[in-house]
Design a binder for this molecule. Structure first.
Ligand SMILES: [Zn+2]
Length: 483
């Protein structure tokens, strides 16, 4: 197992020195095996190998930067040629001058493999150089592989006959294609390029059509000049250099440009205005939307309060059913709503009791308290006792107190405990304190000789309460019974 893992790691690591060596011109497989077997030695060895590409660089010719003819578009071109010398690069080595040419293949379907070109030899001052009585020299470019529409370069530099040459006005004489055919330029037709530079103010406008735009376009009888400066055959519809279309050539013609430029500016201004308007509209819509949104939020937040207010008014006006149906649409967990809900059912219950509709009243009380001691059973005392507590908790108005007071008075006839509880709840209302005290005393007198498990604690509590205020003989009874 460990051996398998170790071997896998070695097989993977071996790639590193093999790759380094391969980049330096060595055989990958040999170095891979070397790397797998002796990794640490192989990697150091591979790193220390001399880099042939860097050596080549060191030996490379010095590029003559100041040499002419390095512009992309030559000053004049042969519009009948199927290829174009786009760029010439001069270099010097061992006191000899060489040239490299970038050739653009203007054919639509053929691949160039060789080009014969010739042209005048000039120095940096455009002075003609004559060698053996000839002011022109031929340049033979071979081993090319330039696809239709593409630009390619000869890899082997061509030696020039004089080391003072810095410019060649090359025109193409012959092209050899990959299909074996040869094109001969019998009808050379040189035309100027890059005529009439566009003034600065038109550049932005022209760049909308061609990123390389620098010149006025022009349509002549046998060729048209593109805004990039290139001269195209009259039958070609778009410029191979920048893609500018012939149908737009009139726009940037010297004679039309002013009018066209003005309407361009006008449309630009209109567009900007429209954009501004659209923006304004967008902003207004945005503002309205946010305002509506904010209002909706406010309404949603305020809704319970508003509804509670309305319910409260209904209750005050005795409109209990309306208040109930409104409150039923609301969240009963809200404390204010819950209070109103209990209050309205209580008030409705009591109003029903007043009319003698006891069962209906009990139904109302059931709504607010499930333990209204099985509400119906308590009806025999006219008012269910537990209701009082609830009632006083949610509504301590004098109306409610009066009802509770009346209720306690009735209970006092046979339900001492419940009556006392109610009087205690009512506290300072009317003579509740006095009545509670009297009733407690009455309760004591009645049961003091019949103490049971059930009434013992109540008796003791009442006696303690009364003895605290020295009521009648309560102290003595307390002493007798529990002392
Ligand atoms: Zn162009």
């Amino acid at each position: 197992m460990e051996f398998v893992i170790g071997l896998s790691i070695a097989l993977i690591l071996g790639i590193i020195p093999a790759n380094i060596a391969k980049n330096k011109g060595k055989d990958f497989m040999t170095w891979y095996i070397y790397g797998v077997l002796l990794w640490i030695v192989a990697i150091i060895h591979a790193i220390c190998l001399p880099d042939p590409s860097k050596e080549d660089n060191a030996k490379q010719n010095i590029v003559l930067l100041n040499a002419q003819g390095t512009s992309e578009i030559p000053e004049e071109i042969d519009i009948n040629a199927n290829a174009l010398v786009e760029q010439t690069i001069f270099s010097m080595n061992d006191n000899q001058v060489f040239v490299n040419c970038n050739i653009r293949n203007l054919s639509l379907d053929k691949t160039i493999v060789a080009v014969k070109a010739s042209g005048k030899m000039l120095n940096s001052f455009d002075n003609e150089i004559v060698v053996n009585g000839n002011s022109e020299t031929g340049v033979l470019l071979q081993d090319l592989n330039i696809m239709p529409g593409e630009t390619g370069k000869n890899r082997i530099e061509v030696l020039l006959p004089d080391n003072e040459i810095r410019k060649l006005n090359l025109h193409i004489d012959q092209i050899k294609y990959s299909d074996g055919t040869i094109w001969n330029n019998n009808t050379s037709h040189m035309v100027p390029t890059c005529q009439n530079r566009l003034s600065e103010k038109y550049l932005e406008y022209a760049k909308k059509y061609s990123s390389k735009a620098r010149y006025h376009s022009a349509i002549k009888t046998d060729y048209w000049q593109c805004v990039c400066g290139f001269a195209n055959r009259i039958e070609s519809n778009s410029c191979p250099f920048c893609g500018f279309e012939k149908r737009n050539a009139e726009i940037f013609d010297l004679s039309n440009i002013d009018t066209n430029y003005e309407s361009y500016q006008e449309s630009k201004r209109l567009k900007a205005e429209e954009a501004k308007k659209a923006n304004k509209k967008k902003m207004t819509m945005g503002l309205i939307a946010s305002a509506v949104f904010a209002m909706v939020i406010i309404i949603i937040l305020a809704m319970p309060k508003i509804k509670n207010q309305i319910a409260k008014r209904y209750i005050e006006a005795g409109n209990y059913d309306k208040a109930i149906s409104l409150l039923e649409t609301m969240d009963i967990d809200d404390s204010q709503t819950s209070l109103l809900f209990r209050s309205v059912h209580l008030k409705k219950g009591f109003s029903l009791l007043e009319k003698g509709e006891c069962e209906e009243a009990a139904e109302e009380f059931k709504q607010i308290s499930t333990n209204i001691f099985s509400a119906l059973d308590g009806i025999e005392y006219k008012y269910p006792h537990d209701v009082v507590e609830d009632l006083l908790r949610v509504d301590d108005s004098n109306d409610v107190k009066a009802l509770a007071y009346e209720f306690a008075n009735q209970l006092a006839q046979n339900e001492y405990e419940k009556a006392i509880e109610t009087y205690d709840l009512l506290g300072d209302y009317e003579d509740c304190k006095e009545k509670a005290t009297n009733l407690k005393y009455e309760f004591i007198l009645r049961y003091k000789d019949y103490i049971t498990y059930g009434n013992r604690s109540i008796l003791e509590r009442y006696l303690n309460e009364l003895s605290e205020i020295n009521y009648k003989d309560s102290n003595k009874i307390l002493e007798d019974l529990f002392g």
